[in-house]
Design a protein around this ligand. Structure first.
Ligand code: AMP
Length: 210
């Protein structure tokens, strides 16, 4: 878990590769639905572009499919989910049905000023999906250094939408951490999310091993 721009996507992809387990990112699943032009994708796009959360029942349905039917039966990293207390409650019921236990809630902590800098500097390759950041690599231009595809700003990384996403995080997602602390046996571990990608990754691995 963590606010927008904390590094959830980058870090959870690294973890799932290294541990050889599934990676379920609701933001990625919603962007795929959107790109393929499905009814669900079109509905989700309206919320995403406004910086608001997609309704709980939609997101819960997408995750349920994966947890109960997918390769996730052998373990998974959840990225960007749950984002509301209702989603956390829904997840807990699903996991109980599937006979799976959460091992840890890892919360990436990054100051707000840094989040804004990261989000507005983020660029995504339209061809290969690789993510770059012009705030850290000013030499990055309009072309993907990996594949030559076109780099774009995510539509919800516009400054005005970023402000709203950070507010939504405080209002709706920060309470999920209290829910896990007060209502569950799952340990909530704060991780310093600042600095180099490799350093944050090492802190996550140490926290998981502990
Ligand atoms: P992300 O890629 O995690 O930053 O998510 C991008 C956008 O997708 C969010 O701003 C929401 O509009 C939507 N979204 C992703 N995950 C969820 C979720 N668990 N619940 C509701 N909306 C979500």
């Amino acid at each position: 878990m963590g606010p927008p721009g904390a590094g959830k996507g980058t870090q959870s992809r690294l973890l799932s590769d290294e541990l050889g387990i599934a990676h379920y990112a609701t933001g990625d699943i919603l962007r795929e639905a959107r790109a393929s032009g499905t009814e669900l994708g079109r509905e989700a796009a309206r919320y995403m572009d406004a910086g608001e959360l997609v309704p709980d029942e939609v997101v819960l349905g997408l995750i349920r499919e994966r947890i109960t039917e997918g390769e996730g039966r052998h373990g998974f990293v959840l990225d960007g989910f749950p984002r509301t207390v209702e989603q956390a409650e829904g997840l807990s019921e699903m996991l109980e049905e599937a006979g799976v236990e959460l091992e840890a809630v890892l919360n990436l902590e990054v100051p707000e000023e840094e989040l804004t800098r990261r989000l507005t500097g983020r660029r995504v390759c339209g061809a290969c999906g690789e993510v770059f950041n012009v705030a850290f690599e000013p030499e990055i231009g309009a072309e993907c250094p990996e594949c030559g595809g076109t780099l774009n700003r995510r539509s919800d990384d516009e400054p005005q939408t970023v402000r709203r996403r950070l507010e939504v995080y405080e209002e709706q997602t920060a309470p999920v951490l209290d829910w896990y602390r007060d209502e569950s046996d799952v340990p909530v571990v704060g991780i310093d999310g600042t600095g180099e990608i490799e350093d944050v990754h090492r802190r996550l691995r140490e926290a998981l091993e502990a």
